[in-house]
Design a protein around this ligand. Sequence first.
Ligand SMILES: [Zn+2]
Length: 508
Amino acid sequence: MDAPELVLANARVQTMDPLRPLARSVGLVGGRIAVVSDRAVPAGPRWRGVPQFDCGGRTLLPGFIDPHCHLLAYARSLTTLDVGPSRVRSIAQLQAAVADAAQALPEGAWVKGRGYDEFQLAEGRHPTRLELDAVSPHHPVRLEHRSGHAHLLNSAALARAAALLEQGDPVDGLIDRDPASGEPTGLLFGMHRQLAGIVPAWDADEADRALDCAEHALLSFGVTCVHDTSPGNGLKRLEMFRRRRASVRVAMALGWDAFEEIGEGWQSLCRSDGAVPVLGVKLTIHEVTGRLNPSLPELRERVLRIHSAGAQVLMHAVEPAAIEAACAAVEFAQRRLPRADHRHRIEHASVCPPALAGRVAAAGITVVAQPTFIEASGERYLATVAPCDIGHLVPLATFLRCGVHVAASSDAPVASPDPLIGLRAAVTRLSRQGAPVAPHQAIAPVDALGLFTRQAARAMRAEDERGTLRAGASADLVLLSSNPLDGLQRDLRVDLTLVGGEMVYTRN
Ligand SMILES: [Zn+2]
């Protein structure tokens, strides 16, 4: 059934539409915006008698859009033991958290935690398996690093992974070993895939419950639409999301394996206008010991195949060598088969000097950046990023100056999906502890807001549907307690979120 008619009256409407940035009320019909008006209530007999919600002068914006996140992993992060920096600041605190969790579980059950960050621990190092053994000798423990790219296991967990360890380092991972004894320290880099066979997966009910929590959290942050860009996404996960009918709008990129497997069926998969559209194919470009994986010829081949299928390529590329490769691959595909408005993307582009940003712009590539990382990882960046690179870190000002289409995302659960944190970081360039990180890359609040709305919609090829408030667009809106363009006060809050004209979150 269509959502009821509703007038959002007496608001400061920030439409994010450059042609008409401001208005005072919005009329909704059938899940869509029917009118955006300069009057406190839309004029004309059409709106007489339609229920009104008085916004009391608060700021109405398009619902925030997160064009790069990992929904299942975020859901998992909300329902597994939190050993992240907001909870745990030392190895002793981490041990206490693991001990409590183990005590609550039957012997032999897995303690699964996530979010530890050795950089934010007082000791400044990874904990060891022995430190976990001391508090959990009988429960296998697996703690996922905040980056998602490393795991720490205790001895009971390593014992279950014995067969895996005997095979030695895989091509895409590393088993950390004590230099003296050669024994595994418990720290495994990469090896996500391999560990999946050892740590028991969730059952469907657990996953469902966790996704409920995740969706509620997103709506409370004013996020109305997300793009799940997990490289492991395949048909099974797509089916799960399509069955689920989430309260947040979800689109998916699938991984390369799924793209190959689907082959000829790709076009019909994308055309089927199910609840969860498929928007593209995710490729990960890593630089390991000075070599690119996949190699440039292989990357070009993959990008050309995805490009030829008419799909969007999403290339995870963090550092300049990977970004150059991503550009080269898109340039190659465009020479072979020119496509106007291809919408291919680079995910992250975390270190990108101006000349390279110029190349990204010239290739028509959209960058999906993560300003929230400045807040969450600023201290780490300042301590570990080379001085010659730090000025080009999450270079939003450079991107805008060079004419790159740039959108912002959270990459949750790597960072919080709260767009207000990212918005603040894009404008202030301050880390969580208040240290400036490449402050010359700060951008204006209105531009920052655009990255989370209009530009994020464009990155998902959905700018006709959402990201700005204008007649015909989906009635996905967020009401904020004050106007972010007047200053990003710490007490700025999401008061109300609507998806398809339905009030799906109200702050009490
Ligand atoms: Zn990601």
